[in-house]
Design a protein around this ligand. Structure first.
Ligand code: ATP
Length: 301
């Protein structure tokens, strides 16, 4: 059995009257890349802050490498590379000073890898961090999170607000990191196509609850989009268990259903309709079906 790096069990978190996490359980296996997907305000950062020990579990438990990150911050954080959502890096330093400063904390700092990343990210060593663009700051933050080859890399919205080239760089860096045997990545995103490209496992979070958490292949294979044509126009789609979402109108309706479409096929025949198309839905469509709105266009909470 694979080793568990992160184990979150029944974690609930309130901020005053607002419940940010509701009985969240998550188990992250060593060597896997986990994509945490959710709309703005879904609870991604709150979950990540618990994993880093920046927030204490009010109810439920959090273990990282088998340790409580609040009780043993050094034991946990020395093994984690972290890039926060704000990509916050000290602005008054120059890039080379920041690299020297950071490497002093980590005995396993890899100079060769740091330089490789610096070149790949086209970072000017003499530039002041505060003068860098948001994308360049993200690259610096990522270099520092990666260069000591941590056992666990935690990235909170690594590509938020970044242009596609930087995003591609970041994805490339994640992929290089996971290529290093046995390392684990947890990253949050509202970009489903990004998660689809790099994650082995997807966890969808909606209003503080886990809506779906499974290996990416299993998520895709357990959902179908089935388009059917009815003999006559219908104002509403028919009611059937297992259908998460209906789209369409008139004579043609498309059902997104889970766990195979056998029941739907039988029902279609009994309605006198016929199936005109069937396909595997995108992760985006699956997210919308479970959560009710696109991750990238959801309103702020
Ligand atoms: P985003 O994609 O916008 O960063 P998120 O999924 O990371 O969102 P969180 O930042 O975890 O979401 O927030 C979850 C909920 O908890 C939101 O409603 C947020 O307003 C609330 N929240 C988070 N931190 C605090 C805090 N310190 N005080 C009060 N409410 C908070």
């Amino acid at each position: 059995m694979s080793e568990t790096v992160i184990n979150v069990s029944e974690l609930t978190r309130r901020f005053g009257a607002k419940t940010a996490l509701v009985s969240v359980s998550l188990s992250v296996a060593r060597g896997a890349v986990y994509g945490l997907v959710g709309a703005n305000g879904a609870g991604k950062t709150t979950l990540i802050k618990h994993i880093l020990g920046l927030l204490r579990a009010e109810s439920g438990s959090v273990r990282v490498f088998g340790l409580d990150p609040v009780a043993d911050p050094v034991g946990v954080l020395s093994r984690i590379g972290y890039l926060s959502e704000e990509h916050d890096v000290p602005g008054w330093m120059r890039v080379d000073e920041l690299i020297r400063y950071s490497r002093a904390f980590y005995p396993a700092w890899d100079d060769g890898y740091a330089e490789e990343l610096r070149q790949a990210f086209a970072l000017d060593l003499t530039a002041k961090v505060k003068d860098l663009s948001k994308g360049q700051k993200a690259r610096v933050g990522l270099l520092i999170a990666l260069a000591y080859r941590p056992e666990l890399l935690v990235l909170d919205e690594p590509s938020s607000g970044l242009d596609p080239i930087v995003r591609r760089d970041i994805l490339g860096a994640i992929i290089r990191t996971i290529a290093d045997e046995g390392r684990t990545v947890l990253f949050s995103s509202h970009l489903l196509e990004e998660v689809e490209q790099v994650a082995d496992h997807v966890t969808m979070i909606n209003q503080g609850r886990i809506a779906l958490s499974a290996p990416l292949d299993a998520v895709r294979q357990s959902h179908r989009c089935v388009t059917m044509r009815f003999a006559e126009s219908r104002p509403h789609p028919p009611a059937i268990a297992g259908v998460l979402r209906w789209d369409g109108g008139g004579q043609e309706w498309t059902a997104l259903c889970r766990d195979g479409s056998g029941e739907l096929h039988e029902a279609v025949a009994s309605w006198g309709a016929r199936i005109v198309a069937e396909r595997v839905p995108s992760l985006d469509e699956i997210f919308v079906a479970h959560v009710g709105m696109p991750a990238a266009s959801a309103p702020d909470a």
